[in-house]
Design a protein around this ligand. Structure first.
Ligand SMILES: Nc1ncnc2c1ncn2[C@@H]1O[C@H](COP(=O)(O)OP(=O)(O)O)[C@@H](O)[C@H]1O
Ligand SMILES: CC(=O)OP(=O)(O)O
Ligand SMILES: [Mg+2]
Length: 430
């Protein structure tokens, strides 16, 4: 038996799971423990350590000394021995989620060349690749005997149709600089695809669905015959849906008007609109926008509590009501578009990610709107229960009422580990 550690550096969190796997057969990895550190960029960070064994007490702490992903990972490793009596030397493989893999489509063993490749792409995933690299470096220092492997979010979208991945810009520049739609949350969509196929007892290669991963970063994906045919994130994880601190789609010119010293429409000097530096623009759209800019909080649960969900905002509505309905509006925009992209041949609409899995209010509101496309009406009893249940995939639509509405508790760490084991059996790491 060997141990595999799987590390997921998200924009607001670090999730780590430890699995036991048999080197001789391809049975599913067994979860030993999981840990999550959230609110990394809005301290104090919240740390949890949850052994899979039911008789071992989980730990929940606020940890002042965690201020970035690398210190969160160090903290996890320190607790591993104390809380679970696991020696670091027992860990043989470490899987790392890398959000932007560029044209890398298969997992790679981390070595100088792959590190350089991931580093070069850091500008295209400013909230992710840099923190994942810092975790990789910490991991190589702390676990020098283990093999580190990178798994890429972008890989799931590698076969996007050309008309979808192409931006309408100079094609020579686009080719030279790799400016195209890559798409993200791919490890999550892979997990969702397999899990939903199992739930519906269908071959993943014959499954059509619209899946949404709504967490601190939010995206949605149209999947036809088990392959991504469109997704809302693009060259970077900024485009598409708004997230905790990300603006999502805006008119690309907006940023110049946002940052010029006097509003461009009030000025007679057009040069004022050129003052903004690109990194400042990116920083505003990536870290100072989204729900945080609208409401002051990055916690969608808090937003939901304070929002009037029953009707769209009026001029006097509070900011949480605006944020809730704004996200709903943008999600419905994509569901409509992807329903058409799939020509109405959709097996299921799937909710996943921190918000997708926990917000029964958002699922209810989306469910109500998509009834006109033939989806089952939300069963409020099932919808309420699903957040606390332990099934990986659960129905929230009424039985026999139309196309399926499903919630999937996505698990990027499990997905990496499963693939790591499967590649090991095929001799990929020899
Ligand atoms: N009860 C809840 N209702 C709605 N949203 C919630 C709830 N609990 C947590 N969330 C949201 O889930 C988000 C985290 O999602 P997650 O997918 O785990 O994040 P990450 O993108 O860092 O991987 C939090 O920022 C919070 O907004
Ligand atoms: C791609 C992305 O936005 O990931 P996360 O939601 O984990 O931040
Ligand atoms: Mg995430």
């Amino acid at each position: 038996m060997s141990l595999i550690l799987s590390v997921n550096a998200g924009s607001s969190s670090l999730k780590v799971s430890l699995f036991r796997c048999s080197p001789n057969d391809s049975s599913e990895p067994i979860l030993l423990l999981s840990s999550s550190t959230s609110s990394i960029s809005t301290p104090p960070a919240k740390f949890s350590f949850t052994p899979a064994a039911v008789d071992v007490r989980p730990v929940k702490d606020e940890v002042e000394s965690i201020h970035n992903h690398a210190s969160a990972f160090k903290h996890f490793l320190d607790r591993l021995k104390g809380e679970a009596s696991i020696e670091r030397t027992e860990i043989k493989h470490v899987c790392h989620r890398i959000v932007h893999g560029g044209d890398y489509t298969d997992p790679v063993v981390i070595a100088n060349e792959s590190l350089y490749h991931i580093e070069k792409l850091a500008d295209l995933a400013p909230l992710h690749n840099g923190s994942a690299l810092s975790v990789i470096k910490t991991s190589i220092d702390a676990l020098p005997h283990a093999r580190s492997i990178a798994f890429f979010d972008t890989a799931f979208h590698k076969a996007l149709p050309r008309q979808v991945s192409t931006y309408a810009i100079n094609q020579q520049v686009a080719r030279d600089r790799g400016l195209k739609k890559y798409g993200f949350h791919g490890l999550s969509y892979s997990f969702i695809l397999r899990s939903v196929a199992c739930h519906l007892e269908k071959d993943p290669r014959s499954l059509n669905m619209i899946a949404m991963h709504i967490g601190s970063g939010a995206s949605i994906c149209a999947i036809r015959s088990g392959e991504s045919i469109d997704t809302s994130m693009g060259l970077t994880p900024l485009s598409g849906l708004p997230g905790a601190t990300r603006a999502g789609d805006v008119d690309a010119s907006l940023i110049f008007h946002y940052t010029s010293r006097s509003p461009a429409h009030m000025s007679h000097d057009p040069s004022l609109a050129q003052e903004v530096h690109i990194t400042e623009a990116e920083d505003i759209l990536n870290t100072k926008s989204g729900w945080k800019a609208l409401t002051g909080t990055t916690d969608f649960g808090e937003i939901t509590k304070n929002a009037d969900i029953s009707s769209p905002p009026s001029a006097s509505s509070n900011s949480c009501t605006v944020a809730f309905h704004l996200l709903l509006d943008r999600i419905l925009h994509y569901v409509g578009a992807y329903y058409l992209a799939l020509r109405g041949d959709v097996d299921a609409l799937v909710f996943a990610g921190g918000v997708g899995e926990k917000s029964e209010q958002l699922r209810s509101a989306i469910g109500e709107a998509v009834g006109c496309l033939g989806f089952a009406a939300v069963d409020e009893g099932r919808n309420r229960k699903v957040s606390t249940g332990d099934e990986v995939v659960a129905d929230v639509g009424r039985e026999g009422g139309g196309k399926r509405l499903l919630v999937c508790k996505t698990d990027e760490q499990f997905e990496m580990t499963r693939e790591c084991v499967s590649l090991a059996h095929r001799g990929s790491w020899e």
